[in-house]
Structure formats: structure tokens, C-alpha cells
Design a protein around this ligand. Structure first.
Ligand SMILES: *Cc1c(COP(=O)(O)O)cnc(C)c1O
Length: 363
């Protein structure tokens, strides 16, 4: 008999990442994982290569060079920053630190699937709260709070919907939570948001003892393959994370490359401007084809297809794949009629619109 894992673990459907290959198709555009259209900063690549000379040496365990760079960039207290092997590791550590068996964890209906995984992995109970127009419904979230609610995950903006909650709505959500319930604001796409009523979570963490914000180097910084993220925490929570994290959880090349990426503001700004332009272009062009495209503040858009035979999201996915265009199907996100498209290179974006035009014209 094989050893039994903790209750909940076998209820987890393993995470499936965006596809990268199509059988029988040579050149593909991977538009399925919200990776950066512009790639990493050349300065980050250079720093990564320079680190190759020191691979025999353990990294500095507290990630000090990177925490200092982040603190300086965002005007934060470095002691309250914890770095992780991707922000996913931090989301996982927070669950491991604060959830007891039977605790409830709230997140919205179409939230990032990692939240459900970290919940089940700790024998806690996932509570999926219905959204309104593909946006987190704060009233519904608050109505779902019980004495067992220990943690609330909020992706802001959310993936895969592309919607966001304005600052006052996040404040209202927080105000309705008990003081011993942790609100985790996952701001993986914060840099892409250009809205006056948006706040990534820094201000919330500054003001409240039960809010943590997570950020990543996987999206705007183009370092998804390197695995670096960070959390900004109240001091007691940073202390907890530092007790349970792996002693060398971020590699030395990752620390160097991420710190260099952070300092290359021109590259980040170029990424933001590029994303604005092409997200808008894709949205407009795909709407012209008669497809519904939801407004997005991220580096991806959500496209809705019909139900007629030959015209479904599943059909579109197969058609696009045959042309080397890999989008993300969202059946496991409760959005079977939708595909998510990452803003890509100009060539990729134009190819997607051309292929969708062909798909729409098809009898
Ligand atoms: C991409 C993404 C992340 C980033 O995860 P990493 O582990 O930092 O690569 C986090 N949250 C959401 C909602 C995402 O879409």
C-alpha cells in the first residue's frame, strides 16, 4: 500500500501550463501563457550570464540584493519584502503558513487556478464565489465570509478575465473581512494597468496587518523561465514566510538578473507602451470580426466564441493551432466558450487576426 497524502491533495487536478508545441506544425507562436512580447531586458540577460562564473556558490539566502533593488524602486521597506521562486511559491507558502484543515479560502469564480491548488494542498476548503460580468463581486465575496474564512485570494487584475477591481472596491472587500483573515492581493499584472483608480496593493499593505501583495518578474519583466517573484508583507507575516521558506529559494543568477531587470526602466516602459498599443489593436480588430472581446487591463485578452457547430472556442482553438497559433483554452476556468490570447509580437498579432478572420468566414 502506498503512503497516503494529506486530505485534499488527491482532489487537486494538476496544473496544466500553456501549450508550447503543436504536433506536425513547425513554427509556432506561443500566446498561451501571458509571457512578455518583448522578452527580457538585455541587461538582465547580461547579468544572468555574468552569474555563470559563480554557480558553485550558494546564493545569499535572504535575497538581499534583490530586496534592496525592489525597496529602492518602489519606496518600500526591504525588511518586509520576501522573494520567491516565482510568485507562485509565495502564494503556496502563505497557504502553508496560515491554513489549518477545514479552513475556508475565498476566491472569485474565474480566479487563477493556483489558489484552489494551494488550498486543497493544505486540507482547506476552496470557496469559489460567483462573479458579475466576469469581475470579482465584492458583495458576493463578503456574503461568503464565515467564521472559518482564513484567507482570501484576489488577483488584481485577474487572469484570465483581464478585469480589475478599483482601489475603493479592494478597500471595501478588506473592510468586510475579520482581522485574522488574510487578504492576499496577487498583482502579477500590476505594471500593465494604466487606470487612475487602480492600486497594486502597496498602500493596503502599508495600512493593514492582514494584507499581503505578491508581484512577479514573469510578466512585464520577461523572466518567466527564471522563476522570481516577491511579496510585500506586514512585518510579522514576512517573519513567518522567512521561517518556512527554503533557505536558498531564489537562485543566484535569478537574483542578479531580476535586480538588473528592475533597473532597466526604459525596457519596462517600452513593454507597457507596446502592450497598450497592441492590446487595443487586437481588441478592435477581433471585435470587427463579430467576436466578443472583454476589456482587459493585462497583457492578454479574453475572446468569446459562439455555440454553433464549427464555431465554438474548441473549434477556433483547433483551427488556430493548425496555423501555429497557440492560445489558451479555459474549460478548467469555467469559461468553455472563451480563449485567452496573450499580446504577442507584431507578426503573431497580425497572424492571429488573419486566422480568426478566416475562421469566422468559414462555412
Ligand atoms: C502569471 C501569473 C502569476 C505569476 O506566477 P509566477 O509564479 O510568478 O510566474 C501569478 N498570478 C497570476 C494571476 C498570474 O497570471
Amino acid at each position: 500500500m502506498s503512503p497516503t497524502p494529506k486530505p485534499g491533495i488527491l482532489d487537486i487536478a494538476p496544473y496544466v501550463g500553456g501549450l508550447a508545441h503543436v504536433e506536425g506544425v513547425g513554427k509556432v507562436f506561443k500566446l498561451s501563457a501571458n509571457e512578455s512580447a518583448l522578452g527580457a531586458s538585455p541587461k538582465a540577460v547580461e547579468a544572468y550570464k555574468a552569474a555563470a562564473g559563480g554557480l558553485d556558490i550558494y546564493p545569499e539566502g535572504s535575497a538581499k540584493v534583490l530586496r534592496d533593488a525592489i525597496a529602492q524602486q518602489f519606496g518600500l521597506d526591504a525588511a518586509r519584502i520576501v522573494c520567491g521562486n516565482g510568485s507562485g511559491e509565495l502564494l503556496t507558502m502563505l497557504a502553508a503558513a496560515y491554513l489549518r484543515p477545514g479552513d475556508e479560502v475565498l476566491f472569485s469564480e474565474h480566479a487563477f487556478i493556483v489558489y484552489k491548488i494551494t488550498t486543497l494542498a493544505n486540507s482547506a476548503v476552496p470557496v469559489s464565489v460567483p462573479e458579475k460580468n466576469l469581475r470579482t463581486d465584492v458583495d458576493a465575496m463578503l456574503a461568503a465570509v464565515t467564521p472559518k474564512t482564513r484567507l482570501v485570494y484576489l488577483a488584481n487584475p485577474n487572469n484570465p478575465t483581464g478585469s480589475y477591481l478599483p482601489h475603493d472596491e479592494v478597500r471595501r472587500l478588506h473592510a468586510g473581512l475579520p482581522a485574522d483573515t488574510l487578504l492576499v492581493v496577487d498583482a502579477a499584472y500590476a505594471e500593465f494597468v494604466r487606470r487612475n483608480d487602480y492600486e497594486s496593493g502597496i498602500e493596503m499593505v502599508a495600512n493593514f496587518e492582514n494584507v499581503v501583495m505578491t508581484r512577479t518578474f514573469s510578466k512585464i519583466y520577461g523572466l518567466a523561465g527564471l522563476r522570481v517573484g516577491w511579496a510585500y508583507c506586514p512585518a510579522p507575516i514576512a517573519d513567518v514566510l522567512n521561517r518556512i521558506r527554503g533557505p536558498f529559494n531564489v537562485s543566484a543568477p535569478a537574483l542578479r538578473a531580476a535586480a538588473a531587470a528592475l533597473k532597466d526602466r526604459a525596457h519596462v516602459d517600452a513593454g507597457i507602451a507596446y502592450n497598450e498599443k497592441w492590446r487595443e489593436w487586437l481588441t478592435v480588430e477581433i471585435r470587427k470580426l463579430g467576436l466578443r472581446v472583454y476589456d482587459s487591463v493585462g497583457n492578454f485578452i479574453l475572446i468569446q466564441f459562439g455555440k454553433d457547430r464549427g464555431k465554438t472556442a474548441h473549434d477556433a482553438d483547433a483551427f488556430l493551432c493548425s496555423r501555429g497559433l497557440i492560445l489558451r483554452g479555459l474549460v478548467n476556468y469555467g469559461l468553455p466558450d472563451c480563449l485567452r490570447l496573450t499580446v504577442g509580437s507584431e507578426e503573431a498579432n497580425r497572424a492571429v487576426v488573419a486566422a480568426l478572420a478566416e475562421f469566422s468566414d468559414r462555412k
